[in-house]
Ligand binder design. Structure first.
Ligand SMILES: NC(=O)c1ccc[n+]([C@@H]2O[C@H](COP(=O)([O-])OP(=O)(O)OC[C@H]3O[C@@H](n4cnc5c(N)ncnc54)[C@H](O)[C@@H]3O)[C@@H](O)[C@H]2O)c1
Ligand SMILES: O=C(O)C[C@H](O)C(=O)O
Ligand SMILES: [Mn+2]
Length: 554
């Protein structure tokens, strides 16, 4: 007798509706006659058998017929809910066009309208701070027996730069996972998006009769951390082979949670570490163009929160690897937040900010350094990174002042979504007469200026986390450490042809599947070199190739 695989056995025991309504199993009109016979699907579908290519062409035509980006997204999410293989087959062919729809920036609109648009929980797990006793059952039920290798969890206190969105934020976990599969090839049946519903301080949601989450203020402190701890314990117990990715937690919790678990399990925080990686990779790309050294840069972080301090720490590591002492490296940073330039005596510093403060005695006008313009005048930064959530704050006069003191200013306005960006790429190129080396958080069109086409890199952690995560999972990593992060930051070097005028500082999203694979291999190799793999692995390249899922019907 032929031995059936676990999936085949699972499928054989299901009824027609259980197969057709299961996005991991459904092939729709592509079920062959033989499959229809074997699975009890005879007569449940129109008689024509379609190929996946025919289905893809038809689905793309429907996608194109939608008038707005939000309608396009709703169509794609319905397809995703019905047939995941077909969805990813289609996305594979249109990754540049689909990324902004399924991910940032249109994911932001879907989060804001989650309650009005709700149709399907999209196989997410909804953990509630009010029912800690249900956490294990919640994860188990949502996983439906699948072999989960990757969990993206959010409590949605800091969704992009839009603040607190309660249970609505689950869409960012779903969106991040869509990018993982499209970019790196994680099997979509092996992932689990998780919402930790700790309440919300968004009064608009609390007052909305349609709001679907816990209708109370956000819980902080012991009760919150107990929920997180129970969640991590259940997650590790049920999915011991999994990687745990944290997304869009609030400033007061993100680093605390990361520090609690980073040396114990395979985990990372995307806003801290993923963003740190993409910014360092972008700076290295920019320095490749300007032929300058990182040791000669003065780095100004505008918005010294979760992402801003994650970035500073990643660059700090790089400077120390380049031979600087910690004290010397620290001299390269200027952290600016609501209070202005952060000094060691500034009130309300976060623990992460304390490592990057300056002394008032360094400046003759320290008391005046309470806004970005004054700080730029006093410091003359060569690199300026925006993670402030404050739109339009990189003004023409600030940028011109910066550009007056450096040949190739490196300027990355990274706040998302579109409406929160500190500046537009086009303006930065014009204000600096084409000298700025720019990356933006959301996709930006090429800029034509004085006969040169400037390509704008997308300084979004989506360029990094799929390859990073996939490499860690493929290598069965026990933990993620600084050495692996650093190796990953350098992995993108050489992919962009920096000799071309107007070259981007980061590789284009059109190449995301290629460079995610490179990244995954570099990450897996680093894990193996440090003997941080749980299972024996001989070849990093092979381990990555073996894990890769392709969107074809099995
Ligand atoms: N492009 C990317 O890959 C990427 C990654 C992570 C975060 N981000 C973006 O960065 C922004 C911040 O995200 P976060 O997770 O760090 O949030 P956060 O809340 O932890 O940090 C935001 C910081 O900005 C500060 N801020 C607010 N108003 C300010 C002002 N007027 N002047 C100076 N600073 C001010 C806040 O005090 C806070 O410290 C968001 O818009 C987010 O979308 C982008
Ligand atoms: O989600 C994004 O687009 C990037 C980043 O994680 C963010 O929070 O803005
Ligand atoms: Mn984020």
């Amino acid at each position: 007798m032929v031995k059936l695989t676990q999936t085949e056995e699972l499928v054989m025991t299901k009824t027609a509706d259980q197969i057709l309504n299961n996005p991991f199993l459904n092939k729709g009109t592509a079920f062959t006659k033989a499959e229809r016979q074997a699975l009890g699907l005879i007569g449940t579908l129109p008689s024509q058998v379609q190929t996946i290519e025919e289905q893809t062409t038809q689905a793309y035509a429907q996608f194109q017929s939608k008038a707005t980006r939000l309608e396009k997204r709703i169509f794609l999410m319905n397809l995703f809910n019905e047939n995941r293989t077909l969805f990813y087959h289609l996305m594979d062919q249109h990754v540049v066009e689909f990324m902004p729809i399924v991910y940032d920036p249109v994911v932001a609109d879907s989060i804001e309208q989650y309650n009005e648009l709700f149709l399907d929980p999209q196989n997410a797990a909804f953990v509630s701070v009010d029912a800690p006793e249900d956490i294990e059952a919640t994860l188990k039920n949502a996983a439906t027996g699948r072999d989960i290798r990757l969990v993206v969890v959010t409590d949605a206190e800091g969704i992009l730069g839009m603040g607190d969105w309660g249970v609505n934020g689950v869409d960012i976990a779903v969106g991040k996972l869509m990018v993982y599969t499209a970019a790196a090839g994680i099997d979509p049946s092996q992932v689990l998006p998780v919402s930790i519903d700790a309440g919300t301080n968004n009064q608009k949601l609390l007052d909305d009769p349609l709001y679907l989450g816990n209708r109370h203020k956000r819980i902080y402190g012991d009760r919150y951390y107990e929920t997180i701890d129970k969640f991590v314990a259940a997650e590790q117990k049920l999915f011991p082979e999994s990687l745990l990715h944290w997304e869009d937690f609030g400033r007061s919790n993100a680093q605390v949670i990361l520090d609690q678990y980073k040396d114990k399990i395979a985990t990372f925080n995307d806003d801290i570490q993923g963003t740190g990686m993409v910014v360092l990779a972008g700076i290295l790309g920019a320095l490749n163009i300007s032929k300058e050294s990182i040791k000669d840069q003065k780095i100004l972080s505008f918005g010294a929160g979760t992402a801003g301090m994650g970035i500073a720490n990643q660059i700090m590591d790089e400077l120390m690897q380049a031979g600087l002492t910690e004290a010397e490296a620290k001299q390269h940073f200027y952290a600016v937040d609501k209070q202005g330039l952060l000094f060691d005596d500034t009130e309300d510093l976060t623990p992460a900010q304390k490592a990057f403060t300056r002394q008032r005695s360094e400046f003759s006008n320290a008391d005046e350094l309470t806004n970005l313009e004054a700080v730029v005048k006093a410091v003359h930064p060569t690199v300026m990174i925006g993670t402030s959530t404050q739109p339009g704050t990189f003004t023409e006069s600030i940028i011109k002042e910066m550009a007056a003191h450096t040949d190739r200013p490196i300027i990355f306005p990274l706040s998302n979504p579109t409406k929160l960006a500190e500046a537009k790429a086009e303006d930065l190129i014009k204000w600096t007469d084409g000298r700025a080396l720019v990356a933006t958080g959301i996709p930006a069109d090429d800029v034509e200026y004085k006969g040169v086409t400037y390509q704008i890199g997308q300084g979004n952690n989506a360029l990094m986390y799929p390859g990073l995560g996939f490499g860690l999972i493929a290598a069965t990593a026990k933990v993620l450490n600084a050495e692996t992060l650093s190796a990953a930051c350098h992995a993108l070097g050489g992919i962009v042809d920096t000799s071309k005028p107007g070259a981007a500082v980061l590789p284009p999203v059109s190449k995301i599947t290629e460079f995610s694979q490179t990244l995954a291999e570099v990450v897996a190799q680093s894990v193996i070199d440090q003997k941080l793999n749980k299972e024996p692995i001989t070849s990093a390249k092979q381990a990555v190739a073996d894990m890769k899922w392709v969107p074809e019907y099995k």
